[in-house]
Design a protein around this ligand. Structure first.
Ligand SMILES: NC(=O)c1ccc[n+]([C@@H]2O[C@H](COP(=O)([O-])OP(=O)(O)OC[C@H]3O[C@@H](n4cnc5c(N)ncnc54)[C@H](O)[C@@H]3O)[C@@H](O)[C@H]2O)c1
Length: 373
């Protein structure tokens, strides 16, 4: 294969961005087809694009029916960018036709979907890779490197925060909710993937237990559905590794923070969003002075720092697509596997259930638990 025919499902703001980046950033990509149930997303100029997608991509076939696109467009790849709680069925349909998939996160909305997609992937000859862009960020790359070199020892306690202002304060921000309701409706802890994904790259066990509390609703804007503003979850693996996560679905803090801290038996690493300058700090007992060192915490993965095409969330989106396309061209395994995607998604599903039960400790099941029985 020397060309990759790419199709998109879900042409909201994220879908439009990923499709454009795939088409413009990679010479071998053919932007073959796109699908959305709202045709104006394609035919009219939308937020954050210079002109209508149909003008930028005149040769791309547009569909309103996903099955028809899969049937007619002769695709090698489908990029799934539908709302955050409706990915699994689109992925499974493409896999059934042996079309490679890159899906955004969270991967599934419930355990039925998790089991269904796990089985669909096993049966397919195609690859499914998970579009978890935080797993491509500089912090995650350095964390994995330090772990592999033994500089962190065994991580035994970790924490993350994803605090994001999400009360529309301008017309622009309302556009973020232009097509679907997932931002208004989804329980904040279900959007745990951006936090758990990076941390779980250095934990060899699955998160097995969870207890979660949620704040209830403290914003009275009519715009918002009745859901918790914030959730705080604690997870534990079978051997006792503890992970603490705070997620804000909406709050009065006018910030967007992704913070991570990893405590290991031999060292420590953190990424802290400090004012407008995020930093990464670390120290390792095995190094000469064990002093705390500080470097820039920007997202750009070091591998792409000099690549002019590396755009999208500080270069993470480009890295995601580059690794995905290279794996297809080389016949390699998925760069971010379905298992990794479910490991970062399913704990949030159980955490939401725990919060609804007043923080009851729940045992987390994964589709592959049955495979090992
Ligand atoms: N990783 C990141 O940095 C990041 C950032 C933002 C959003 N996201 C993810 O991107 C995805 C999309 O987010 P968004 O903000 O663009 O959402 P959105 O709701 O604006 O867009 C989703 C689109 O899917 C379309 N759609 C729904 N059902 C469909 C169907 N049956 N057939 C075809 N199209 C259909 C909708 O019409 C809509 O245009 C979500 O999964 C979200 O989690 C990821």
């Amino acid at each position: 294969m020397d060309k990759i025919r790419v199709g998109l499902v879900g042409a909201g703001h994220r879908g439009r961005a990923m499709f454009s980046l795939a088409a413009k950033g990679f010479d071998f990509v053919v932007p073959a087809a796109a699908c959305d149930i709202i045709p104006s997303n394609w035919y009219e100029k939308q937020w954050l694009v210079d002109e209508a997608m149909a003008v930028t991509f005149p040769d791309t076939e547009f569909y309103t029916d996903y099955d028809e696109m899969l049937e007619k467009a002769n695709l090698d790849v489908v990029i799934v960018e539908t709302g955050a709680d409706i990915h699994a069925e689109f992925c499974a349909k493409a896999l059934a036709k042996n079309i490679n998939v890159m899906t955004d996160i969270p991967v599934v909305a419930n355990m039925e979907e998790a089991d269904m997609l796990w089985e669909a992937a096993k049966k397919s000859k195609a690859m499914i890779s998970v579009g978890a862009n935080p797993n491509e960020q500089k912090f995650t790359v350095l964390l994995k490197e330090a772990y592999k070199k033994g500089l962190l020892g065994k991580p035994y306690c970790m924490e993350a925060e994803y605090i994001h202002w999400s009360m529309p304060k301008s017309d622009e921000e309302v556009h973020l909710n232009e097509n679907g309701d997932w931002r208004r409706l989804l329980s904040p802890i279900r959007y745990c993937t951006h936090s758990l994904g990076p941390l779980l790259t250095v934990v060899e066990e699955d998160l097995r237990y969870v207890s979660c509390f949620a704040t209830g609703m403290h914003a009275d804007e009519e715009y918002f559905a009745k859901k918790d503003d914030m959730s705080c979850a604690q997870f534990q693996t079978e051997s006792g590794v503890v992970v603490r996560l705070q997620r804000a679905g909406r709050c009065r803090a006018n910030i967007g923070h992704h913070n991570y801290r990893v405590f290991g038996t031999e060292g420590y690493m953190e990424r802290i969003d400090r004012f407008d300058k995020p930093v990464i700090r670390y120290n390792y007992t095995k190094e000469d002075d064990n002093a705390l060192k500080e470097i820039g915490g920007e997202y750009m993965p070091p591998e792409y720092a000099d690549n002019e095409r590396a755009e999208g969330h500080g270069g993470m989106d480009f890295a995601l697509l580059d690794h995905f396309f290279k794996a297809i061209l080389n016949g390699d395994e998925a760069p971010i596997s379905l298992k990794e995607g479910l490991r970062m998604t399913i704990p949030g599903i159980y955490a939401e259930m725990s919060a609804k039960k007043g923080g009851e400790v729940l045992k987390i099941r994964y589709p592959w638990d049955d495979d090992n029985e």
